[in-house]
Write a protein that binds this ligand. Sequence first.
Ligand code: FE2
Length: 194
Amino acid sequence: MLDHRNLLVTFRDYLVAMDALHLRRFLDGFDWDLRSRELAAESIPVVRHLQPIKARDDLLAVLARHANNLHWGRTYSPADFGDHFLQNYGWVELFGSRGHFASDEMAGGFLVLGPGVDYPDHHHIAEEIYVPLTDGSFWSKDRGAFAIRKVGEVIHHPSGISHAMRTAEQPLVALYLWRGGPLSEKPKFQGDTP
Ligand SMILES: [Fe+2]
């Protein structure tokens, strides 16, 4: 089985090299010496979008190399947002309460959205950081206007704040971190029962 520690080290080095206030706070004191978990490879349709992307940095290139051996997941069912969404949405937890490496303190991994996807407003208790690894995606926070985001921007979602993403022609690959709340919580949407 492919050793994913190379992906974990590249993920860590990518973040450590960035200089952003919220990110520094997330990473402060975090021990990256994580125990690996044996997870079977699990592919989902959205993974098809990864290979054709021209990687502009090491992290995306290493992710693409590992993609077929990772345990990809989806939080939703067709009843939530329909079939187009499920064919063009997915994530992999590199580390966290259920990922390829074990941590109860922080979760981290990758979200992938295909073109033409609308990920509606949602929120969760954990504080979150996203860093897009591709250009051309649109992000809304606290029900504000959608803004286009570029590779390497740090997008911070405080605990419980509403956020939404949209893609247009380009797929989105983004690194994510969760900290300070239940690491496997299913996000809540407007209209959900509390
Ligand atoms: Fe989120």
